[in-house]
Write a protein that binds this ligand. Structure first.
Ligand code: FE
Length: 198
């Protein structure tokens, strides 16, 4: 076709396009509304940071589990009944220490170990965060309320489709004798991303 022959079609509205996609799915016997409800239920009830918080609390209290978590994160979280999608092939658990602080991002888009730490917050998907946390991580963390002393080394980890990360925060002082449940209640999604310490 030459340029002269091209016919300009009016662009369909969003509503028209949604209706067309739905009609196409229905025509193939699929049920998009039910699928969306199921997905929403899964996201709200099952993909929650309380999963990761349980993992962290277990790692703080069980040295053998902690070791298994570093060796193969995916298998270790499965011990607590937490599954990951098949394409999340590796869960790499990053240990914070008094001198090393880990922070995760996805420079391309928004990848996280969402079945473990919950869905990414809006700011995590923001172009600003994705670009700047790599180039000027100390400044970005300070802007987010985490002012790390200069002697703490910051390590930034860029998530890929098949390698997902979670930060293992340091166990807060003064929590000796806490139950696993009490410890888990201290752990936030931000701490498992690495933009907060506990
Ligand atoms: Fe991504």
């Amino acid at each position: 076709m030459t340029h002269a022959q091209r016919v300009v079609q009016p662009t369909a509205t969003i509503e028209q396009r949604v209706a067309a996609v739905e009609a196409a799915l229905h025509a193939r016997g699929l049920k998009p509304a039910e699928f969306i409800d199921e997905q929403r239920h899964q996201i709200e009830e099952q993909w929650v940071p309380q999963n990761g918080a349980r993992v962290v609390a277990r790692a703080w209290t069980d040295a053998a589990f902690r070791q298994r978590l570093f060796t193969n994160g995916r298998d270790a979280v499965a011990e607590l009944g937490i599954s990951m999608p098949r394409h999340h092939r590796h869960l790499v658990v990053l240990e914070n220490t008094p001198t090393i602080h880990n922070v995760i991002c996805c420079t391309l888009c928004s990848c996280t170990a969402f079945t473990v730490i919950g869905l990414p917050p809006d700011w995590y998907k923001d172009l600003e965060y994705r670009a700047r946390v790599v180039r000027e991580s100390r400044t970005v963390l300070r802007e987010m309320g985490l002012d790390l002393p200069p002697e703490v080394e910051i390590r930034v980890w860029d998530t890929t489709a098949d390698t997902r990360y979670m930060v293992l925060p340091e166990r807060p002082a003064g929590t000796e004798g806490f139950s696993e449940e009490q410890l888990a209640a201290l752990v936030s999604k931000d701490a498992m991303i690495g933009v907060a310490r506990l």
